[in-house]
Design a protein around this ligand. Structure first.
Ligand code: SF4
Length: 277
């Protein structure tokens, strides 16, 4: 019954095709604009790998077309390379990572993704170490620019995400020169705004984003299902629930149907403009 409503809604564009999963909330970094107040001491809330694989299979059956995986830093979970490979056997995956954990061992483990429809989306905000690292942490720039060509030479698809309040044309030109030199073409470079949720609020950063601004991309976490990957944010140590749809996450048809119901209540022409990727 639900597949018969979700599939056509995705096909005709009423519902975005991507299902996001927050694999975890902890991170080795503590960026000033982090939506989820992630960091080494963040509370560990994780999606079980088997649950992620099950969600991917259900997403395929329901008629969704793509998957996204984000956190926290996803590669702090030791099974993440094999989980991404398994997800990609259901649907194409974009996986967001800060790009700082690519040891020789992890590079070898992610090589299996080269043959699969998986893109690793790595954060790189500025073309210079000082300005890049000011918001992300020491040595972030050096680790990222070292990791990207190693991934590219292994055949792993890499995209670059630049998250900024603003960037001058000349600085952006240098950033684009840099990513092209690292082996990432313009088509795989996305620029996105800082959203005023999570830690960004405390640093007076970002643009306000309300429901009409946010794509209705079903987002599954350990705490429930949300309207958007910008939904399960954390502020003051507490999970934001303003964009919570259902506490139930499986069967996936339950939050999917709830999301579709909410989308269909929106006035015509209320297209969203902000994207996490
Ligand atoms: S923005 Fe990403 S890399 Fe930075 S602390 Fe948050 S989860 Fe970690």
């Amino acid at each position: 019954m639900t597949a018969s409503t979700i599939r056509p809604a995705v096909a005709d564009g009423r519902l975005p095709g991507r299902v996001w999963m927050y694999s975890n909330y902890h991170c080795n970094l503590a960026c000033t604009y982090c939506l989820t107040e992630s960091g080494p001491k963040a509370q560990r809330r994780e999606l079980d790998p088997e649950a992620m694989i099950d969600i991917a299979r259900q997403a395929l059956e329901l008629g969704f077309t793509d998957l996204g995986v984000t956190g926290g830093e996803i590669f702090l979970l030791s099974r993440m390379p094999e989980v991404l490979a398994e997800l990609a056997r259901s649907l194409p995956v974009v996986a967001l990572t800060n790009g700082t954990l690519f040891s020789r061992r992890l590079l070898d483990e992610v090589q299996q993704l080269a043959e699969l429809p998986v893109a690793l989306q790595i954060s790189l905000d500025r073309p210079d170490p000082d300005t890049n690292d000011a918001m992300r942490g020491p040595d972030n720039f050096a680790k990222v620019v070292a990791a990207i060509p190693r991934l590219v030479e292994r055949g792993v698809t890499v995209r670059i995400a630049t998250t900024v309040e603003s960037i001058e044309d000349a600085e952006l030109d240098r950033l684009c020169e840099l990513h092209r030199g690292l082996g990432v073409p313009d088509a795989d470079h996305v620029i996105r705004p800082i959203i005023a949720r999570g830690r960004a609020v405390d640093h007076d950063l970002g643009v306000q984003a309300d429901v009409p601004d946010l794509p209705a991309e079903l987002t599954i976490t350990a705490d429930g299902a949300f309207w958007s990957p910008f939904g399960p944010t954390v502020h003051g140590g507490r999970l934001d629930t303003d964009l919570l749809i259902t506490r139930t996450t499986r069967p996936l048809s339950v939050p999917a149907q709830a999301l579709l119901g909410l989308v269909e209540q929106r006035p015509a022409g209320a297209d969203s403009t902000l994207n996490i990727r």
